[in-house]
Design a protein around this ligand. Structure first.
Ligand code: NAP
Ligand code: GDD
Length: 353
């Protein structure tokens, strides 16, 4: 089996690539040229040499079609996105291009090149937005959507495009409505990793405070490596369908700080400073998902829950900062430097050449 992953350099892309390699897949990744290499996650998981990178960008349909033709995939996992909700308020049009129109472009390429390709699309619990979440209800596949950010609006457009291509052209295209999922490979700007990294830095004496925004926001936080398995399971079904993936628990940002600080013996009230600039013009107060349908039909259920997740993340960041203080470069930084020296074109050769 061959799979093409867009967004392979991101958190989910890296874990999914490792998961699919473990299943014997040949894995291709759409790679966007950046001024500095961004392969630390793939290097950290030890899979950089096992995947094949194809240049492309979600805003360039010619490059998407080229990737589909070159890779001839059985499955495509569309994970690429401007995925940070805060940034979508500052860059709404760029977000719409990538997260909305980019998905329409990919669907068009699939329809034209090979409509038998199966497509997983990374949809999101952000679609539910504010209306339902005010009541702190458990959200499922039947709950209504009321997006509260340019990111969510773009993702809602993509959600419907996926459904429309499925119904109109019979393409096996599915939306995974995933609630927040985190890991030590999470981007530093997302709140869980911002906290685990910030708390670890305070613990080793590299910082004194941690600046955050809305401490009362509640999210349903799961563990990313478990969530990528659900993506794959959705594409192995007889019929295409959309599924919610979540833990069923919600916790506040304040609880996440308490848990990580408490684990390292710190008092969270002494280190956290609330700053207006980290608050959003509009914020979803609470998201909590009901994945029972995924449990019944996919056999998927979460194993790692809030407390364990917070602890494993802060421990990993503590380990990283301790090794930094011992004079070691983070291993993936060292390798990234080497790749930079070789030049980007060296990265795009198939591993065997
Ligand atoms: P992430 O770490 O931010 O990764 C995003 C990926 O998209 C990166 O590989 C990035 O490449 C790529 N990308 C961004 N713009 C692109 C463009 N114009 N063309 C091609 N690639 C582009 O996100 P993640 O947490 O892994 O999430 C994966 C997907 O799931 C996203 O679509 C996100 O919106 C969705 N989602 C995530 C969660 C969650 O809690 N993690 C929950 C629900 C849905 P660079 O490395 O070059 O920037
Ligand atoms: N990032 C960030 N930084 N968030 C903060 C901060 C801060 O300093 N302080 C409080 N928060 C609050 C945000 O206002 C939000 O309510 C909550 O913490 C979670 O923020 P993020 O971690 O940035 O995630 P998100 O829920 O907005 O979006 C993530 O999950 C979505 C699924 O629900 C992203 O991964 C999206 O791509 C994904 O679709």
């Amino acid at each position: 089996m061959k799979a093409l992953i867009t967004g392979i350099t991101g958190q989910d892309g890296a874990y999914l690539a490792r998961f699919l390699l473990g299943k014997g897949y040949e894995v291709f990744g759409l790679y966007r040229r950046t001024s500095t290499p961004n392969f630390w996650r793939l290097l950290n998981l030890g899979i950089f040499d096992k995947i094949r990178l194809i240049p492309g960008d979600m805003t360039d349909i010619a490059s998407l079609s080229n990737a589909v033709i070159e890779c001839e995939p059985d499955e495509i996992y569309n994970l690429a996105a401007q995925s940070f909700v805060g940034t979508s308020f500052e860059e709404p049009l760029a977000t719409a291009q990538v997260d909305g129109l980019g998905v329409a472009s990919l669907l068009t390429s699939i329809k034209q090149i090979n409509p038998r390709i199966r497509l997983y699309h990374a949809s999101t619990s952000e679609l539910y937005g504010i209306s339902e979440s005010k009541a702190k209800v458990l959200l499922n596949e039947q709950s209504s959507f009321w997006p509260a950010s340019p990111y969510a609006a773009a993702k809602l457009y993509a959600f419907h495009q996926v459904r429309i291509y499925r119904e109109a052209y019979g393409i096996f295209a599915v939306n995974g409505i995933l609630f927040n999922h985190e890991s030590p490979l999470r981007g530093l700007e997302f709140v869980t990793r911002k906290i685990s990294n910030g708390v670890a830095r305070i613990k080793v004496g590299l910082a004194e405070t941690l600046e955050l925004g809305n401490l009362d926001a509640e999210r349903d936080w799961g563990y990313a490596p478990e969530y990528v398995e659900a993506m794959w399971l959705m594409l192995q079904q007889d019929k295409p369908d959309d599924f919610v993936i979540a833990t069923g628990e919600s916790h506040s940002v304040k609880e996440f700080v308490e848990q990580t600080c408490g684990h390292l013996g710190l008092d969270w009230q002494e280190v956290v400073v609330v700053r207006e600039r980290f608050k959003r013009p509009l914020d979803v107060p609470c998201l909590r998902g009901d994945a029972s349908r995924a449990g019944q039909k996919l056999g998927w259920s979460p194993k790692i829950h809030f407390r364990e997740l917070a602890e494993l993340m802060v421990e990993e960041d503590l380990k990283r900062w301790n090794s930094y203080l011992e004079g070691q470069l983070f291993p993936w930084d060292a390798i990234n430097d080497q790749l930079l020296y070789q030049g980007h074109s060296a990265l795009l050769q198939p591993p065997s050449e």
